[in-house]
Design a protein around this ligand. Sequence first.
Ligand code: RP5
Length: 164
Amino acid sequence: MKKIGIVMGSDSDLPVVEKAMTTLDEYGVPYEVHVFSAHRTPEQAKDFSANARKNGFGAIIAAAGKAAHLAGAIAANTTLPVVGIPVKSSTLDGLDALLSTVQMPAGIPVATVAIDGAANAALLCVEILAASDDELAEKLDSARAKAAQTVLEKNAKIEEKYNK
Ligand code: RP5
């Protein structure tokens, strides 16, 4: 199975990024984690993304806050799918990172999830791999069915309590 690359702009992003790791663990998807900054260590960020395909990666998650150009900088050097996580690490509550990550000009896509949306970033990567992996697709289907069942049970309790 291909690996997922997880890149964050600073170790201060780790508490958010950890949710992506635990989600990938749940699906048995291998990953590597790195701190590469688009502005502090741009050469390392470039080397990683430029060599990611030949190094066995299938998609890359890039998490950054503030003027968050990491996901775009990673995407500039690879045609692997790049999923951006805008991190809430500023006085602007992550809106700065959201706009910086989501507003990529045409030609260099970054699939941007919600502010701090690390679980969905990981799930999107699992779905990307599952496009050519039936076993992984079955795991996704079964997780969706389980989540639906949970909501149905909650609904039943609420209906029983309030609908006389
Ligand atoms: C961004 O600046 C990082 O992704 C982080 O979210 C933010 C703050 O970084 P630190 O100053 O905490 O290293 O580059």
